[in-house]
Design a protein around this ligand. Structure first.
Ligand SMILES: Nc1ncnc2c1ncn2[C@@H]1O[C@H](COP(=O)(O)OP(=O)(O)O)[C@@H](O)[C@H]1O
Ligand SMILES: [Mg+2]
Length: 771
């Protein structure tokens, strides 16, 4: 232990600096100015010794001049050499730790009064283990690429003194001076060894992570490099063999497609530009696919491709009749429309809009029109479309952008003049993502749609050759500007008689075919169909009917495969057997006439329906309660009905006390379904008068009509739907406003024949008939 025998002068020149922390056994140069060199020259008077300390700028030790640390290093000055730039290079050698006890100025110098820190280590298991661990850790660090001179490694192998080892290793750990100073100040060798070990472990970990990341990167780069080289090689091989490489084959294919697409001049230019850009993009990059898809659309759009119309009106009529039963007025309107179109080519006509309940044939009429004109048919459903981008597409700058549905369908169908059905235009939504209705407006407006701008396509497409047809269940929710562009054709729904004919002439044949029964003779007799229509469906259209017949066909088909007795005829008994108990009951016949309950008629988006209005009263503060999800108009109509009755109480034989201190409650069952409209006015009057006079209302008399405060009955809409619904439900007498008398014409004869109609102008007339 060399330092054990060192003796030092009582006082030594002190040099504080911020450059480095000096450890014992360390050889190092210090570059200083002429003035500072004086301190080291002074060392000649002190057995060549000086004291070096590290000055912590942020944390000066109290009491010591210049904030130098309490623990310093005794250094031997080996050489002082003047440099070319006027500074001095001082070669120093660290000898041992010193504790600085006191300082005093002496001329330009500071002298320090120090004592040597004696480091004693008792060798034991712990110190041995620590030394070994540190040794091993150093080797690991070396394997991760830590720059450790070979002779240091050799030295480490020989040193078994923990104090020396820790100081030696500390020199090679990457630490900021503050941490090094802390190590210098840790005078207990074992403690110091532990700290060095922790620092080195951290460093090894950092190196490990760094190597992993670097490894990952080189792996990736390597892969790209490899691919590139392979591709180049493949190109060479293909050239040798006289083959085309798939990428340039792809490019040639695209180029050919663009040439043949007959693009308009300006669009051709854009396509060519895109193509040459595409050629420069790496095939593996996502951008390649984006550009490729775009070019596909651009070249694939039917810029100039159209089908030739067949404008034979006689043939068109035949086709319409082949596909649809009756619907005389509708077909007439359609044929007129087609006739005008055939006379005036490129007519910028209005857009047809079929309005009616579900299952009345709106969509299938559109298909028939396409067939009769010899055009292709495409259809999109607008139900739930809320985003403008669904109509008009996303800009290509978005990831995964695609064209809107209009352009997509035209691309798919390949011609620029199909019949394009926009189904369920009344279900169009809108929200923060823009208003799809305004985009549709541009689509449907003949003044604008010759240059429809899809955000994705980014060039105008001419939609003027497309014939648009729209459908809706109700017209009310359709935005006004859209409504203005459309020619509305209403389909009201079918009577049972009509449904029977549709089933016999259209649906059965289709369903037999569909279910693999076409080569068997399976007859449905009329009573069976009437049973299906009356007991298993309740609807304005024929969709449920079609579904039920399909279900019968499937069940029969199953019986055949199971080798049960084969049926040849579907009878009402067979219907019950196959379908189970009936699904709908006659609500009107099921119950007796009651006080305070009147039968009304409603017009909903699924067609007509009957509803019952119930009224009751109880003692309490005078008040009117309305329940059953009623809309504002219906609530007001209830108030008007009550006011009218109060004002004319004596005419109806109602005492004024009947209203005083009584709560009157009007309820419309099926409470969860929202109801609105003024047409329940006279039904409410009837129910109220029935309650207040104690006379029961006739349940099989259904009524509809708006009421004024003076008791006049005003016209209502949708009489045909309502009458058909009443007829379905088993009502036999209908009270309707006198002003709706003309609508009777639209009602099928057989329905009209089975019903009694009472047309009224005053509420009193309705009461007389209903109570
Ligand atoms: N008058 C009719 N004659 C023949 N089949 C009809 C008639 N009305 C509707 N259908 C059939 O009913 C089914 C439902 O019609 P669909 O066009 O989908 O109704 P919508 O579009 O009005 O809801 C279709 O198979 C259709 O052919
Ligand atoms: Mg439809």
């Amino acid at each position: 232990m060399p330092h054990a025998i060192i003796e030092i002068p009582a006082k030594l020149p002190l040099y504080s600096q911020t450059e480095a922390v000096v450890f014992p056994y360390m050889l190092f140069p210090l570059y200083v100015s002429d003035r500072d060199a004086a301190t080291f020259r002074e060392a000649d008077n002190y057995e060549k010794y000086v004291v070096l300390t590290f000055e912590r700028p942020d944390d000066p030790i109290s009491g010591l001049p210049g904030g130098s640390s309490e623990i310093g290093t005794l250094c031997k000055v080996n050489q002082i050499k003047r440099m070319d730039d006027g500074r001095y290079k001082v070669s120093l050698e660290g000898v041992t730790r010193l504790r600085i006890l006191d300082t005093e100025p002496s001329g330009a110098l500071t002298l320090a009064h120090c004592e040597i820190v004696r480091e004693f280590v008792e060798k034991d298991l712990v110190s041995d283990a620590l030394v070994q661990s540190l040794n091993a850790l150093l080797k690991i660090a070396l394997s991760h690429g830590k720059p450790l001179p070979e002779d240091v490694m050799k030295m480490v192998d020989y040193i078994d003194n923990p104090a020396r080892l820790s100081d030696l290793v500390a020199l090679y750990v990457n630490l900021p001076p503050i941490d090094l100073q802390e190590l210098l100040e840790t005078v207990d060798p074992l403690e110091r060894l532990k700290k060095v070990y922790v620092h080195l472990t951290n460093e090894v970990q950092r190196m490990q992570i760094k190597n992993e990341v670097a490894g990952e990167v080189t792996k990736r780069v390597g892969k790209n490099q490899k691919e590139y080289i392979l591709r180049e090689q493949m190109k060479h091989i293909q050239e040798e063999l006289g083959e085309e490489d798939p990428r340039s084959a792809d490019m040639n294919e695209l180029r050919r497609k663009i040439e043949e697409a007959g693009l308009p001049e300006d669009i051709k230019k854009i396509a060519d530009k895109e193509l040459s850009r595409l050629e420069r993009i790496n095939q593996a990059s996502p951008e390649y696919n984006v550009a490729r898809t775009y070019l596909d659309y651009l070249a694939g759009m039917p810029w100039n491709t159209s089908t030739t119309d067949s404008l034979d009106i006689v043939r068109a009529e035949e086709i319409l009749n082949e596909d649809h039963y009756n619907l005389k007025k509708v077909k007439e309107r359609i044929l007129e429309f087609l006739a005008v179109r055939s006379l005036k080519e490129n007519m910028k006509g209005p857009v047809l809009c079929f309005v009616g309940p579900p299952g009345v044939g709106k969509t299938s009429l559109g298909k028939s029109i396409a067939r009769s004109m010899g055009r292709k048919f495409v259809r999109i459903s607008l139900g739930g479309v809320r985003d403008e981008a669904e109509i008009r597409g996303h800009r290509r700058t978005y990831i995964g952008a695609l064209p809107g549905r209009i352009i997509k369908e035209l691309y798919r169908c390949g011609v620029n003049n199909p019949i394009f059905m926009l189904d369920e235009i009344d279900k169009l939504g809108n929200d923060f993502r823009g208003d799809p209705a305004s985009a549709l407006l541009e689509v449907l407006d003949p003044e604008q749609n010759f240059s429809f701008n899809d955000h994705y396509l980014d060039v105008a497409f001419d939609l003027s050759k497309v014939m648009f047809i729209t459908t809706a269940n109700q017209l009310d929710p359709v935005p006004g500007p859209l409504k203005d562009r459309m020619e509305v054709i209403r389909l009201a729904g079918y009577s049972s008689q009509e449904k029977l004919q549709i089933a016999k002439n259209f649906i059965i044949a289709r369903e037999l075919e569909e279910n693999g029964l076409s080569d068997r003779r399976l007859l449905f007799n009329d009573e069976a169909l009437e049973k299906v229509i009356g007991d298993y469906t309740r609807e304005a259209g024929v969709r449920g009917l079609q579904r039920t017949i399909a279900s019968i066909c499937r069940k029969v088909a199953k019986e055949i495969t199971q080798n049960k007795a084969t049926r040849s005829c579907i009878t009402p008994e067979a219907v019950t057997e196959l379908l189970g108990p009936k699904k709908f009951h006659n609500e009107v016949a099921a119950e007796n006439d009651r006080i305070g309950v009147a039968t009304g008629l409603a017009w909903t988006e699924t067609g007509g329906d009957i509803l019952f209005i119930e009224v009751t009263s109880m003692p309490g503060k005078t008040e009117l309660i309305l329940t059953g999800s009623l809309g504002d108009v219906m609530k007001e109509s209830a108030r008007a009905a009550l006011s009218y009755i109060e004002a004319h109480a004596d005419e109806f034989g109602i005492k004024p006390e009947a209203f005083e201190n009584r709560i009157i409650h009007i309820h419309v069952p099926s409470g969860a379904i929202p109801k609105d409209g003024p047409s329940a006015g006279i039904t409410m009057v009837t129910a109220l008068v029935s309650l207040l006079t104690g006379k029961p209302a006739r349940r099989n008399v259904a009524m509809t009509g708006e009421i004024t405060l003076t008791g006049r009955v005003l016209a209502i809409g949708g009489l045909k739907e309502k009458v058909l619904a009443a007829h379905r439900a088993g009502v036999r007498t209908i009270i309707a406003p006198e002003r709706n008398r003309d609508d009777l014409e639209d009602i099928p004869d057989n329905v009209r024949g089975e019903l009694q109609f009472i047309f009224v102008t005053e509420a009193a007339e309705a009461l007389a008939a209903a109570l």
